[in-house]
Design a protein around this ligand. Structure first.
Ligand code: 13P
Ligand code: SF4
Length: 313
């Protein structure tokens, strides 16, 4: 990945502010984006918060700084808008672990089961399922379903986490996982805890069960922001992708609150880092690469996303 000097970044950021106005564009960015991208975003958030914003924004253009499934969800929820993803090779490896045929097969094996898909899936997979969820509302979504048999795809770690709150339900899991979160170890978290015994451990539900077991709290990335500023604790160990700590430090500075955040230094999502500041400028200048999806696919994939937004956070 090319890196830029401080002066180059400032120049690019200035250009982005001009282009945003010129194109009537809004920049949505996920909490794992590079710091210089986070700094120019109109909205920084988790998958659910960004989907909500995409569904109600009145900008003509959405520039989505995040992985493909996130930009696709924005397009599905706002099909009339131009949705630009500055690097269309920024994919989510977990989303690539399941395809539409896998879902059809699971439905055949478990007739009558309701199918819940984590939003970290392709539009083709969403078109096959009943309802989507994010890490922020997965537990609530499962609890809201009246069916006993639930197929949950593709994240086995999130699925096992949800199972803890779904007594009496039969949850059928798929073996997908997030390589970035699955690699976070109990040893890494414990070492940080020994160094900072007063810190609360916040873990993302994509972590393995043994990491979840030693966490004080389990949250989506948006939930981590809310919790950090409502908790009396001053220090936090953040068991998720490392750029989340930039987001939290920025938030503490903005609010003028003294809080300290410790990242898992090795937890990096390489795909999130493909969106660089020069590509963001180019995306705004050319309004490409834009997300294009067949109308019929949008129609089918929108249903489970709309249902997710109705169930809420
Ligand atoms: P959040 O919805 O919690 O931001 O998570 C998205 C994601 O891709 C986590 O790896
Ligand atoms: Fe996908 Fe994991 Fe990256 Fe999130 S952190 S986008 S789940 S690979």
């Amino acid at each position: 990945m090319r890196s830029f000097s401080h002066a180059e970044i400032k120049d690019y950021q200035k250009r982005i502010l001009e282009l945003k106005k010129e194109k009537n564009a809004i920049i949505l960015a996920h909490n794992y984006q590079l710091p210089e991208i986070q700094d120019v975003a109109d909205l920084l958030g988790d998958s659910l918060g960004l989907s909500r914003e995409a569904s109600r924004s009145d900008a003509e253009v959405i520039v989505f700084c995040g992985v493909r499934f996130m930009a696709e969800s924005a397009k599905i929820l706002s099909p009339g808008k131009i949705v630009v993803q500055p690097d269309n090779e920024s994919l989510c490896p977990m989303a690539a672990m399941i395809d539409a045929e896998d879902v059809r097969q699971l439905k055949k094996e478990h007739p009558g089961a309701v199918v819940v898909a984590y939003v970290n899936t392709t539009a083709e997979v969403k078109a096959e399922v009943d309802v989507c969820c994010t890490s922020a509302n997965a537990v609530k979504t499962i609890q809201a379903l009246k069916e006993k048999d639930i197929i949950f795809v593709p994240d086995v770690n999130l699925g096992m986490y949800v199972k803890r709150f779904a007594k009496g339900k039969n949850i059928i899991l798929h073996p997908g996982y997030c390589p970035t979160h699955d690699d976070i170890t109990v040893e890494q978290v414990t070492a940080l805890k020994n160094e900072h015994p007063g810190a609360e451990v916040l873990a993302h539900p994509e972590c393995r069960p043994e990491v979840i077991d030693i966490a004080d709290w389990v949250y989506s990335t948006g939930g981590m922001v809310t919790h950090s500023f409502s908790s009396p604790a001053k220090e936090f160990i953040i068991a998720t992708e490392k750029e989340m700590v930039y987001r939290l430090r920025k938030e503490a500075e903005k609010r003028g609150i003294d809080k300290t955040f410790y990242p898992i230094a090795t937890a990096i999502c390489p795909d999130m880092k493909k969106i660089t500041i020069d590509k963001l400028v180019r995306g705004l200048e050319t309004l490409s690469p834009a997300i294009e999806l067949p109308e019929e696919l949008i129609g089918k994939a929108k249903r489970p996303l709309d249902r997710m937004l109705e169930i809420g956070r």
